[in-house]
Ligand binder design. Structure first.
Ligand SMILES: [Zn+2]
Length: 101
């Protein structure tokens, strides 16, 4: 397989992903009827911190999506290796004069 074909194959492997970090925190729900909050307890809340256009953002993630978000954040870490591999291939293609304009 030549390098250009190898590169295209790598780019096709790009998964769905999210770049950021997840933290678990606790929050009160504010409902007067909530026994847990009345007793000083908290409800678990997942927060997703990420950057867009150089700005930091934080959003809460509904519990039902937490697993999927963990998965997509994990994909970003794999993706870093993939980007490095594609960069390496592109540099080799430039050196060999086979880089496509
Ligand atoms: Zn509550």
């Amino acid at each position: 397989m030549n390098k250009t074909t190898k590169k295209k194959k790598l780019l096709k492997e790009l998964p769905d992903m999210m770049k950021g970090s997840i933290t678990l925190t606790g929050r009160s729900c504010g409902k007067a009827s909530c026994k847990r909050c009345r007793e000083g307890g908290k409800h678990p809340v997942y927060l997703f911190a990420f950057q867009t256009d150089g700005k930091k953002n934080i959003v809460s993630i509904p519990a039902k999506f937490h697993g999927k978000v963990e998965e997509l954040v994990g994909n970003w870490h794999c993706h870093k290796v993939l980007i490095e591999n594609v960069t390496k291939l592109n540099v080799e293609l430039i050196k060999e004069g086979l880089f496509e304009e």
